[in-house]
Design a protein around this ligand. Structure first.
Ligand code: FAD
Ligand code: NAD
Length: 401
């Protein structure tokens, strides 16, 4: 009998932790496992806002994938997935290569929702991947340099769309980055503007009032212009059109207006809802026994019929069940139903403040910021044990700005 082939698409939180689970659970030679990802590095997407603002060195955000695979049971393949033929059980890569599988796990993650708002797709910057956030920082540097030449205030007007978790975390990093950038280019901070534009009437829609008040107060204290109850209608390379009639001169709109599943999923002829693949309680694509999907690419409905949110916390917990379920499938054993345990949510506002709720306890300020760092360290621990935590903690390399 041929050795069964397991193929994992995407080395984000879901794909990597599933790989680590397989390394732990599979016996030597029990299956051939291939992990496929666009790049040979994993980016820590929960910290991409730092790359955008240039407040963290690249080495802290990206990890070399082959270094994270410890046992030789999972082979890494760099490649961009183009399509999957579920009948023939073949993955098609953009390079033309075709990879056969017996069991598949789709962990292709998220894309940014731009809702068809004119000009956003072409002109706004996305917090989506390491490359897309690196582009934000490089663009900001160009704006500072150009301002020295033409003194055009639109160059130093940095707007962030959305005051959800991503938007607030991005704004927090901009607050930290701005004084350093100003020093570097010898420009007074007073020449710069950070604007947060949110359609809803408060920042952090849906969060509790205390957290909303803390966050709004912290942003205002740090000079951020908050435009709540304001919707972005259009974006050009040099301006942002708002629904209050204002035309805001700005060359930088950082779009954090929401996420959806990877747009590639729509090509896959699978049951899709809200851009995400509908999965069953065992994390399998509805109607398929050999195809699993987890993380932001997947739509998992809770007992009350509402979907789990697209978060790393969900992706990691799903991966911890998905790995063993893949092994159980190939061994013909009983699968485990996935149950989500919400541990809490913390949004950073730069390095020195954060806001959130952990194990039911509302937290804010410096303590919350420390808690956020503990959460990030825990992820590294799950991925690579204490060695990786220590390595990343003391990683050399300066922030970019
Ligand atoms: P992803 O992390 O998106 O990984 C998908 C992988 O697939 C990537 O490596 C990508 O390169 C690869 N890929 C994509 N397309 C292809 C292709 N065609 N071929 C090959 N490879 C491909 N969640 C939390 O729980 N806590 C937080 O604090 C938090 N902070 C966040 C901060 C920011 C700025 C953002 C943007 C998100 C944050 N999230 C947070 C959400 C969290 O990042 C996502 O839920 C999580 O990344 C989902 O993991 P995933 O494995 O499903 O997908
Ligand atoms: P989101 O959907 O939570 O927030 C998007 C915000 O953009 C909304 O408040 C919306 O009103 C606003 N918006 C949309 N269109 C707009 C427009 N035209 N003009 C002005 N405002 C507009 O999206 P997100 O913040 O990217 O979060 C996505 C997911 O990632 C969530 O599940 C979130 O929990 C998770 N996440 C978690 C953390 C964390 O735990 N620290 C950090 C970032 C993201």
């Amino acid at each position: 009998m041929q050795t069964p082939k397991i193929v994992i698409l995407g080395a984000g939180y879901g794909g990597l932790i599933t790989s680590r689970q397989l390394e732990k659970t599979l016996k030597n030679g029990e299956a051939e496992v291939t992990l496929i990802n666009k790049h040979d590095y994993h980016y820590i997407s929960t910290q991409l806002h730092k790359t955008g603002a240039g407040t963290a060195p690249d080495e802290k955000i990206t990890l070399h994938i082959p270094d994270l695979l410890k046992t030789g049971k999972v082979q890494f393949k760099r490649g961009t997935v183009q399509n999957v033929n579920f009948t023939a059980k073949k993955v098609q890569l953009e390079s033309g290569e075709v990879i056969d599988y017996d069991y598949l796990m789709i962990g292709l993650g998220f894309d940014v929702s731009t809702f068809g708002i004119p000009g956003v797709e072409e002109n706004a910057f996305k917090i989506k991947s390491f490359r897309s956030t690196k582009a934000i920082h490089n663009h900001m540097l160009r704006q500072f340099a150009a301002f020295k030449e033409d003194q055009d205030p639109s160059r130093l007007t940095f707007a962030v769309a959305g005051a959800g978790f991503t938007g607030i975390e991005m704004i927090g990093e901009l607050i930290e980055a701005m004084p350093k950038l100003c020093r570097k280019y010898d420009i007074p901070v007073s020449e710069t503007r950070i604007i947060n534009i949110e359609a809803y009437e408060t920042v952090l829609p849906g969060f509790d009032q205390k957290a909303i008040d803390f966050t709004a107060g912290y942003l205002r204290k740090n000079g951020v212009e908050l435009m709540t109850s304001t919707k972005i209608l259009e974006c050009s390379p040099t301006s942002i059109t708002l629904d209050n009639g204002e035309e805001l001169p700005s060359r930088t709109l950082i779009w954090s207006g929401g996420v959806r599943g990877n747009t590639l999923l729509e090509e896959l002829a699978l049951p899709i809802s809200k851009g995400r693949i509908v999965i069953d309680k065992f994390l399998r694509v509805k109607g398929m026994d050999n195809v699993f999907c987890i993380g932001d690419a997947a739509l998992f409905l809770k007992n009350d019929g509402t979907p789990l949110p697209p978060t790393a916390q969900v992706a990691i917990q799903q991966a911890e069940v998905c790995g063993p379920n893949l092994v159980a499938t190939l061994r013909g054993q009983q699968l485990k139903a996935f149950e989500y345990h919400h541990k809490g949510t913390v949004a950073s506002i730069g390095n020195k403040a954060a806001v959130g709720k952990v194990f039911g306890l509302k937290i804010s300020g410096l303590f919350a910021a420390l808690m956020k760092q503990v959460i990030e360290a825990r992820y590294l621990f799950v991925l690579g044990g204490p060695g990786l935590v220590i390595k990343q903690l003391f990683r050399a390399g300066k922030p970019q700005s």
